[in-house]
Design a protein around this ligand. Structure first.
Ligand code: FES
Ligand SMILES: [Fe+2]
Length: 324
């Protein structure tokens, strides 16, 4: 299949890597969640042991959607239509009315899943490759005195790489996010990790603020802000299909003591920050992707980010490819 002519990007829609598909709190014990990501209908369920499992949604028998009426039983899920049971590896484990012969060998496609730091992550690879790296835990989550996740969410008409490209885009912080002066960036890349220190200076040239952004592939950006209210945000961007992404901006905030709820000051700060992220949205949704932008000194390390990002496209970053 050739990508639709309306496709806006010179690289494939689903970069290789880990993506948040749910918050852990969205998936209770024995919960079943219908999802749509990577242009597919999927079902996330929590087996009785607590393990999160992600499978293709449609039953290999007669095509029912397991996320609409399917139910967890032990370490598997039963289809609502004829109650075939599939294990955590997607294989048929029981056909309740089969009178003889071996069980069908057709199975549900099963996706690599990891759950940590209060999120369920799934791994995407166009070629079905196994994950070659893992997302490190966000150790502030669950630590006494830290409150979160507090989540803001958008559905946006764009590619995941647009959000990543926002990180090194220094002047936009001034003109879109109303930071008084464009900040400076110091960048290091190492394998699948892009790490940037972003430094804001006052009129006298002194450092007024400093944040650290770390990208793990193109789906996960961790932003550490040391003050005035210390917080960590996980900016998780997951492709829904070739045109649309699901952006979750999740905060865990240090309130100190044994706090379990956000203070009014922290809530107000998060609302304000989230509203400035919203200011990016109309720009992302309506822009085109310039492969050869006319960058000027002061634009920030956008070229460094683009070069680093190429590794996440298995079929190459140049030109819109044909895909099956
Ligand atoms: S369609 Fe799922 S068991 Fe028949
Ligand atoms: Fe931005």
């Amino acid at each position: 299949m050739t990508l639709a002519s309306a496709y806006r990007y010179p690289f494939p829609p689903y970069p290789t890597g880990w993506y948040v598909v749910a918050a852990s709190s969205e998936l209770p014990s024995r919960g079943v969640l219908p999802l749509r990501y990577f242009g597919r209908d999927l079902v996330l369920f929590r087996a009785e042991s607590g393990r999160a499992v992600l499978v293709d949604a449609h039953c290999p028998h007669m095509g029912a959607h397991l996320g609409h009426g399917g139910f967890v039983e032990g370490e598997g899920i039963r289809c609502p239509f004829h109650q075939w049971r599939f294990g955590c590896d997607g294989r048929v484990e029981d056909v309740p009315y089969q009178t003889r012969g071996a069980l069908p060998v057709e199975s549900l496609a099963c996706w690599p899943v990891e759950e940590q730091s209060g999120v369920v992550l799934a791994h995407w690879s166009d070629g079905g490759r196994s994950p070659s790296w893992r997302m490190p835990a966000i150790t502030e989550f669950g630590r006494p005195g830290w409150v979160g996740w507090q989540t803001f969410r958008w559905q946006i008409h764009m590619h995941t790489q647009e959000l990543a490209e926002n990180v090194p885009d220094m002047p936009h912080f001034r003109y879109v996010h109303r930071v008084p002066a464009p900040p400076e960036a110091e960048v290091k890349t190492s394998g699948h990790v892009y790490r940037q220190e972003t430094i804001g200076r006052g009129a006298d040239g002194g450092i007024v603020w400093r944040t650290q952004q770390t990208l793990f592939g193109l789906g996960l950006i961790v932003l550490r802000t040391p003050g005035p209210i210390p917080n960590v945000s996980l900016n998780a961007i997951t492709p829904i299909d070739e045109e649309t992404v699901d952006l979750r901006v999740m905060y865990v905030v240090e309130e100190g003591g044994d706090a379990t709820t956000l203070s009014p000051a922290a809530s107000a700060m998060l609302e304000a920050v989230a509203s400035t992220i919203g200011d990016d949205v109309p720009i992302w949704e309506h822009k085109v992707y310039r492969e050869k932008p006319s960058l000027v000194p002061g634009d920030g390390p956008i070229a460094t980010l683009r070069k680093w990002a190429r590794q996440f496209y298995e079929s190459g970053a140049e030109g819109a490819p044909d895909r099956d």
